[in-house]
Write a protein that binds this ligand. Sequence first.
Ligand SMILES: [Zn+2]
Length: 123
Amino acid sequence: MAEETRASGGAESSPSEGQGQGQSQGHRPGPRGPRPGGGPGGPGGREGGRKYFRRKKVCKFCVEKIENINYKDVRLLAQFVAESGKIVPRRLTGVCTPHQRRLSTAIKQARNIALLPFAGRAM
Ligand SMILES: [Zn+2]
């Protein structure tokens, strides 16, 4: 009656074999804390930090449906060239990327035929 029923094989520890890949990405620094502790703004960070009212920036060329920017149109190009002769960056003018590319190409062409000045001219 008193059979010693020892747990023979009952405590079978299940070997978790899924640990093989755990090593490669063990210590990930992770993204820098998304919440910058100590902000004076407090909770509810709505977009109220900007003083400037974000004007609706629309690409002038898209608005006027100008597809091909003519390099001879100096008056048009001059709007996007600073006094120094530099091309005004897109973030200031609001011109979209494809148009900015055409614009810069046109400006460079205009420079070549001396319609527009080069930026930082030596002489
Ligand atoms: Zn555009």
